[in-house]
Design a protein around this ligand. Sequence first.
Ligand code: IPD
Ligand code: CA
Ligand code: CA
Length: 259
Amino acid sequence: MKDMVEVAVNAAREAGKILKENLGRPLEIDFKGEINLVTDVDRMSEEIIVEAIRDEYPDHQILAEEGKGQESPSSYKWIIDPLDGTTNYAHGYPCFCVSIALEKGQDIMFGVIYNPVLEELFTAEKGKGAWLNGRDIQISSADRLTHSMLATGFPYDIRESENNNLIHFKNFMMRAQAIRRPGSAALDLCYVAMGRFDGFWELKLSPWDVAAGSLIVREAGGMVTDFKGGNFDIYSKEILASNGNIHHEMVQVLRTGLS
Ligand code: IPD
Ligand code: CA
Ligand code: CA
């Protein structure tokens, strides 16, 4: 596993360098939807990561957001978000990252998330712990929602669907100390893992947004479930992550918005 983690870390650093170097230059932007962008830099980053993995492990499956992945019968599946925070990136707002995870069977074996602006590399290995630039990280100790800072985000179909998180946002706004909407779900999860945030919830995310980050939270001592407090699945549409202490209160708030 060590070699695979190394491949992921090197690829994330290399891709992150490209993101940083191209930040602020005019971009080629395509629209996947009215407010869902993809840039030439998303695609460049994906190419770098996919090639690095394919060079070492040509038979492995690769699930990559911008479509350069590959299917295969292998039990190893790499899950890649080459640029999480594309809208931020397109506006030159420096909050974005690269996210890479390895899934084997039902398990995420490791996750790597790199923020090239702050040069923060978050890593976790199943059963071994979570680290920021090689140092152990741990979730916060906040024990009440009213003392907690939370993060969330909104789905790209916010204008078309009523299931768009606005009700939960309003409910949490009245109960938490503060809420942030940074625009990178993968970084939001890392920040729960290292205690900058106490909790995070979002709906309609994709596996590449949450595969690495959910493991990083768990390995840092946090809790990751669906909105009801049940099993979390990276292919499902709900994620609730917290330091554990405030999880029950968060489930209660989400319940009021579901009924
Ligand atoms: C998005 C970000 C954002 C979240 C969106 C995601 P992208 O990923 O993680 O925080 O609210 O729903 O799709 O499109 O920038 O890779
Ligand atoms: Ca993403
Ligand atoms: Ca992306």
